[in-house]
Write a protein that binds this ligand. Structure first.
Ligand SMILES: CC(C)(COP(=O)(O)OP(=O)(O)OC[C@H]1O[C@@H](n2cnc3c(N)ncnc32)[C@H](O)[C@@H]1OP(=O)(O)O)[C@@H](O)C(=O)NCCC(=O)NCCS
Length: 304
């Protein structure tokens, strides 16, 4: 646990130093994330070890003397946005100076990468007051809808052909995903490759040999989670989302899976109408998303 911090620089508070994460601090980083209430982990398709090992995006450590007391990590930039994927502060010291020091070091790195917007999915309330103090604002709610067992009803497939996803479909799926979603909701090619490997039931809808939409679903014992659904914007409003959803529900029923959940943005009323048409109802499990728009003049004091 007693580690020296290489190349660390003092931040706003002189008692906290910040350095880039290195592999040799992996156990300290894991301890920090797992053992403290002041911990945030929003990794979606990754686990903590994989995220720390790949180091594909900034990971910073905060030090007090020779002890690691804080950590922050973001996702890779995608269309000038990123997510805070990991954040943690030891519970036995005041969190504010540690978070401020980490943020002050992080902002210039993000700006150099061309990032303009940073988003945080609030999984635990502790983080809200610190986000407020850094200038983040509440931007959106992620809502959850649940569907109990019920046949989907007849859906006309017309000239659509549905099949399981092949790994070679991923570049086209990434194209659809990034056209269908706005930042910061888009997935990168790398994220989609990983998501497709992890998802248990993934299908595409094609017309005349061209993929026009896709869905990725994960399974856990008796329940399924529709993790992703997107239709090429040029083909939306033609019933393709409904056809993919009906086919998914049938495939799940054949496996004896009776309950299903999905998340979407509260502002995404179109997707909610589609889900409600298929018997999904909001279950009250909402998660806030906070964002900040960075500006280049004053790192660390960016505001919405
Ligand atoms: C949400 C989304 C998946 C819906 O897919 P879609 O193929 O456009 O959905 P559908 O065509 O089945 O239904 C959408 C609308 O088209 C209408 N529609 C269905 N068949 C139609 C047809 N043959 N002709 C014209 N309209 C039709 C539906 O009634 C529905 O209308 P509504 O929005 O007033 O309820 C798609 O819009 C999308 O990819 N959005 C961006 C990504 C996203 O939000 N994903 C889901 C959230 S995680």
């Amino acid at each position: 646990m007693m580690k020296r911090s290489p190349n660390s620089q003092p931040a706003g508070d002189d008692s906290v130093r910040v350095s880039a994460y290195e592999r040799r601090y992996r156990n300290d980083a894991r301890d920090l994330l797992y053992a403290n209430y002041h911990s945030h982990s929003h990794l979606d398709w990754h686990d903590t070890d994989h995220w720390l090992d790949r180091q594909a995006a900034p990971i910073l450590l905060a030090w007090s003397g020779n002890r690691i007391v804080g950590l922050i990590a973001t996702s890779e930039p995608l269309n000038a946005t990123c997510w805070i994927r990991l954040a943690a502060v030891t519970d036995d010291i005041p969190a504010q100076p540690v978070i401020t020091a980490l943020w002050q070091h992080l902002v210039p790195i993000l700006l150099a990468e061309g990032i303009e917007t940073v988003a945080v999915l609030v999984l635990r309330d502790w983080i809200i007051r610190y986000l407020q103090e850094l200038g983040f604002y509440h931007a959106e709610e992620i809502v959850t809808l649940r569907r109990g067992f019920k046949p989907p009803g007849a859906v006309d497939k017309d000239d659509l052909y549905l099949r399981l996803i092949h790994p070679t479909d991923i570049p086209r799926i990434a194209e659809i995903d990034q056209a269908a979603f706005e930042p910061p909701w888009q997935l990168s090619l790398i994220e989609l490759r990983r998501a497709e490997r992890i998802a248990s039931l993934s299908t595409v809808a094609l017309r005349n040999g061209q993929i026009l939409g896709y869905q990725l679903t994960t399974l856990s014992l008796e329940s399924a989670h529709l993790a992703r659904l997107a239709i090429d914007p040029k083909a939306q409003g033609q019933g393709i989302g409904g056809v993919l959803l009906a086919d998914l529900i049938e495939r799940l029923a054949r496996r004896g899976i009776r309950s299903m959940t999905v998340n979407t943005q509260e502002s995404n009323t179109r997707s909610q109408r589609l889900y409600e048409r298929f018997g999904f109802r909001r279950n009250g499990y909402d998660l806030p998303v906070w964002m900040i728009h960075l500006h280049s003049k004053a790192p660390g004091t960016a505001g919405a």
